[in-house]
Design a protein around this ligand. Structure first.
Ligand code: PLP
Length: 390
C-alpha cells in the first residue's frame, strides 16, 4: 500500500504499480486489449473510457505524485488542457488566464473559444489583484502556468487559489515546467493540476502524453467530457510512461542542479545580456519561487549581448537545437520559431518574448561539458561576427 507521505523517488518507482499476479514479475504487466467482457464484470472497460488496467494504474501514480485524489491520462498535454478547460466552461461562461502561457494554450483559447461562445481575458500581470480585476459575474475558471514557458515567470499559487475560493471559481494550473518533483500545487489550494507528460514525466523525448490530477469529483466532471472528446492514450504508451516516471525524481534533481549551474555561468558571461531562471537571486520572484518550489527546475531562457542567437545555436555541438523540452539530453530553441510561433509578433512582444530569446532545456549531462559547449559556440559566433564586419 502506497501512502502519499512516502518520498518522491519511492512514489515515482512504486505508486500505482500493477501487480503481476500470475508470474510475479517485478514490473507492471501490459494489457493491450481494447475489448473487455461486459457481462459478469464490475467495470465495463474500454480505452476511451480511461479505465483499462494500465490507464487506471498510471492514474493512481499521477494522483499520488501530485497529492490529488484521482487522475486521468491523455494522449497529449493539449488534450489534457483543452478537455479540462472545456469541462468547466459552458456557453456564456468566462475564464481568466495568465498572460504568459505556453503558446499552444494561448492559441487554443484565442482561436477556438469564441466558436463555443466562451469568453476569456488575460490578467495584465501576475499579481492576484490583476487576476481579480478580470473576474466577471460569469467567470468560472482561473488558469495559470508557473514557472511559465518560456520566460520562467512565477505566479503566486496560494494567492490565486485563495482568489478562486473567494469567488467560487475552479483554479487550474499547468505544472509542466516544474514537474511534481519540484512543485505540488494541490498543497497550495489549486483545484486542477495539468501536465504535458511529454516533458519531465516522459523525460526521454519519445512519448507524447498528458495528465490531469484533481479531486474525485472534479476528475469525474472532466471524465464526462473526456470520454466524448476521445483523447485517451494507447496502453503501450501508458506502460512506457509508467516506466519513465520511475526515474523522474533522480532525473529532475540532476536537471535542477545542472540548470542552476548553467544559469549562474551564463549570468556572469560577457556575451550574455539576460538570464531568466527562478533559481537566480536576480529573478524578480526568486523569493516566491523559494516559498512554493522544492527545486527551481531544469528550464531557463537567455538572451545574448551583441551576438546573433541563430548563429550561436548552429555552433553548439552537444546541446541540440531541437523542439520540445525536458528530455535527459540538453536542447535549445527559439520560442519565436517554435513554441510561440502561433502568436503574432505583437502578442509575443506583449509577453516579453524577443526574437533573440533562447529557451534552454538542461539535461543530465555533466555540467562541465555543457559549459564547454556553450563557451566554444560563443567564441565561434564572436569570430563569425568579426569576419562579417571585416
Ligand atoms: N504545457 C506546456 C507548458 C508545454 O510546454 C507544452 C508543450 O510544449 C504543453 C502544455 C502541450 O503539451 P503537448 O505537446 O504534450 O500537447
Amino acid at each position: 500500500m502506497i501512502k502519499k507521505e512516502q518520498g518522491i523517488n519511492t512514489l515515482c518507482t512504486h505508486a500505482g504499480e500493477l501487480k503481476d499476479q500470475q508470474f510475479k514479475g517485478a514490473v507492471s504487466p501490459l494489457y493491450m486489449s481494447t475489448s473487455y467482457a461486459f457481462e459478469d464484470v464490475e467495470v465495463k472497460r474500454y480505452p476511451r473510457y480511461f479505465n483499462t488496467p494500465n490507464q487506471q494504474a498510471l492514474a493512481l501514480k499521477m494522483a499520488a505524485l501530485e497529492h490529488g485524489e484521482a487522475a486521468l491520462i491523455f494522449g497529449s498535454g493539449m488534450a489534457a488542457v483543452s478537455t479540462s478547460l472545456m469541462a468547466f466552461l459552458h456557453k456564456g461562461d468566462h475564464v481568466v488566464l495568465q498572460k504568459t502561457l505556453y503558446g499552444g494554450t494561448s492559441n487554443l483559447v484565442v482561436e477556438e473559444f469564441k466558436k463555443f461562445g466562451i469568453e476569456f481575458s488575460f490578467a495584465k500581470d501576475l499579481s492576484a489583484e490583476a487576476f481579480e480585476k478580470e473576474i466577471r459575474k460569469n467567470t468560472k475558471v482561473i488558469y495559470i502556468e508557473t514557472p511559465s514557458n518560456p520566460l520562467l515567470t512565477i505566479t503566486d499559487m496560494e494567492a490565486v487559489a485563495g482568489l478562486a475560493k473567494k469567488h467560487g471559481l475552479v483554479s487550474m494550473i499547468d505544472n509542466t515546467f516544474a514537474s511534481p518533483v519540484n512543485q505540488n500545487p494541490v498543497d497550495f489550494g489549486i483545484d486542477v493540476v495539468i501536465h504535458s507528460a511529454t516533458k519531465y514525466m516522459g523525460g526521454h523525448s519519445d512519448i507524447l502524453a498528458g495528465t490531469v490530477i484533481s479531486s474525485e469529483e472534479k476528475i469525474d466532471t472532466i471524465f464526462q467530457m473526456a470520454k466524448n472528446f476521445g483523447g485517451s492514450l494507447s496502453d503501450f504508451t501508458v506502460w512506457l510512461l509508467e516506466r519513465s516516471i520511475k526515474t523522474m525524481g533522480i532525473r529532475v534533481k540532476t536537471q535542477n542542479e545542472n540548470a542552476q549551474r548553467m544559469a549562474e555561468f551564463l549570468e556572469q558571461h560577457e556575451f550574455v545580456a539576460k538570464v531568466y531562471y527562478p533559481g537566480l537571486k536576480s529573478h524578480p520572484d526568486h523569493e516566491l519561487a523559494k516559498r512554493q518550489m522544492k527545486g527551481f527546475g531544469g528550464m531557463l531562457s537567455f538572451e545574448l549581448k551583441g551576438l546573433d542567437a541563430a548563429v550561436f545555436m548552429k555552433y553548439l555541438k552537444l546541446i541540440k537545437p531541437s523542439m520540445s523540452l525536458a528530455g535527459v539530453e540538453s536542447t535549445i530553441l527559439s520560442p519565436t520559431k517554435t513554441s510561440h510561433a502561433l502568436l503574432t509578433p505583437e502578442e509575443r512582444e506583449e509577453q516579453g518574448i524577443s526574437d533573440g530569446l533562447m529557451r534552454f532545456s538542461v539535461g543530465i549531462e555533466e555540467p562541465e561539458d555543457l559549459i564547454a559547449d556553450i563557451e566554444q559556440a560563443l567564441e565561434e559566433t564572436r569570430k563569425d561576427m568579426l569576419d562579417v564586419r571585416i
